[in-house]
Design a protein around this ligand. Structure first.
Ligand SMILES: [Fe+2]
Ligand SMILES: [Fe+2]
Length: 414
């Protein structure tokens, strides 16, 4: 196996030395280069092909965000990690586009190495010729919704304003309908009907809005799918339910707000690959769906036999192309096989894996087929074996589930 090449950029020689020491334990698998500023880093990247760049934020000449933006444009395959000595909300927003991961002190050495290992594992898993070959056969992949890009631009501005976010959403008619429907659902218990998107944004919060904008962008691309192959309505309901529950789980496990937001987005998009396969290979996919139902085998296992890949990997591949953060892409790629991501505590992947199964079990009607199972050993390994009961209770009593139910007609299990 070829060694991974990592470039570390920091203007503080002490920090550089420290990082070298941290990474020494990985020297058999990694090759480390150092640069003391952004110009030196870019010059090195012209000569050497790196797999990852790890940069500090506060640097003179070229800031970490500016450097990683350049890296993103010139070398999109390279994993980009930013780290900072302190939490800075504005930088955190600005870093969303430029970096895959944003680490804020106090991050431990272990977390630093784990972050890089996970990013490499995912890169290798998705850099798979089968997925590329399959995707090449498909007529088209949706592009990142323009309303999402506009939204992120506003969130990264000096002073993001809910009213501007509301204005951006107002320009997308389909989006307005979805958001107003959610805000007027039973969850909010409002006595009056809200008809103003700006007011809706203030009530729902920006994380829900982000998840809705992406989900709507993806689903609107696939309106022509044959309902015999896949029910869009059921999948939309399942996806939003998983997003809501994954966020609840992250919060119940005292994860920070960024993890809860990523869990919601990843949950809402976790089955995107089903849409891609159902539209791109309608006849083959219909056979796969029928076989999974008749044999009572998880859909992703039958997909692997038929296509040598699964909806989880195909969906993650798309989100990787969209450069969504690594924890989201990882959660989508491994939501049926979380143990493959290694054991490093509860994270976005854990929340989405559990939410996917719990949502299906709780929504399923008597006699419906339900083949997805929780990976009990994985949950024990991340010390969450005894938490499933709590999460299930949260779903049962959680008002979010009710809100999702109110959005669509009653579900049958997908
Ligand atoms: Fe799935
Ligand atoms: Fe699912």
């Amino acid at each position: 196996m070829t060694k991974k090449r990592i470039l570390i950029v920091d203007d503080d020689p002490m920090v550089l030395k420290l990082k070298m020491m941290v990474l020494r334990s990985q020297m058999n698998e990694w090759e480390i280069s150092l640069a003391s500023d952004g110009f030196e880093a870019l010059a090195l990247m012209e000569k050497i092909r790196f797999d990852a760049v790890v940069s500090g934020i506060e640097m003179p000449k070229v800031t970490g965000v500016e450097l990683l933006n350049q890296v993103r444009r010139r070398y999109p395959h390279v994993i980009r990690i930013l780290h900072s000595e302190q939490t800075n909300k504005e930088v955190s927003f600005r870093s969303v586009e430029s970096s895959h991961q944003y680490l804020v002190k106090p991050w431990g050495f272990k977390q630093f190495i784990t972050t890089l290992c996970q990013a490499f594992a995912l890169q290798d898993a998705l850099n798979n010729e089968t997925i590329k070959g399959l995707v090449a056969k498909l007529p088209s992949l949706p592009s990142l919704p323009s309303s999402y890009l506009e939204l992120m631009e506003e969130l990264q501005s000096q002073e993001p304003s809910p009213s501007e976010v509301g204005q951006i959403i107002s320009r997308d008619v389909g989006m307005i309908a979805k958001i107003l429907k959610l805000v007027n659902s039973a969850y909010f218990g409002l006595r009056v009907t809200v008809s103003d998107p700006v007011h809706a944004v203030k009530l729902l919060g920006l994380d829900t809005i982000k998840a809705l904008v992406l989900t709507h962008g993806v689903f609107s691309h696939y309106e022509q799918i044959d309902p015999q192959c896949l029910s869009l309505e059921q999948l939309m309901q399942h996806s939003l339910g998983v997003g809501s529950l994954a966020k609840m789980i992250a919060k119940a496990e005292k994860q920070d707000q960024d993890v809860a937001t990523d869990a919601m987005v990843a949950g809402a998009l976790h089955d995107t690959g089903k849409l891609i396969l159902a539209q791109g290979l309608p006849l083959e996919y219909k056979d796969v769906v029928i076989e999974a139902k008749e044999q009572n085998i998880p859909l992703w296992r039958v997909e692997k036999e038929a296509f040598n890949t699964s909806h989880a990997e195909v969906g993650a591949y798309l989100l990787g192309l969209w450069r969504l953060p690594v924890p989201i892409v990882e959660a989508v790629a491994l939501h049926h096989e979380p143990a493959k991501g290694g054991v490093s505590g509860v994270r976005v992947l854990t929340a989405v894996h559990a939410a996917n199964v719990i949502e299906q079990e709780e929504q399923s009607q008597a006699g419906a087929i339900n083949t997805s199972k929780l990976d009990g050993q994985y949950l024990v390994d991340v010390r969450a074996g005894d938490r499933v009961k709590v999460w299930r209770e949260q779903w049962r009593h959680g008002l979010k589930g009710k809100a999702v139910n109110d959005l669509y007609s009653p579900a049958k299990v997908v």
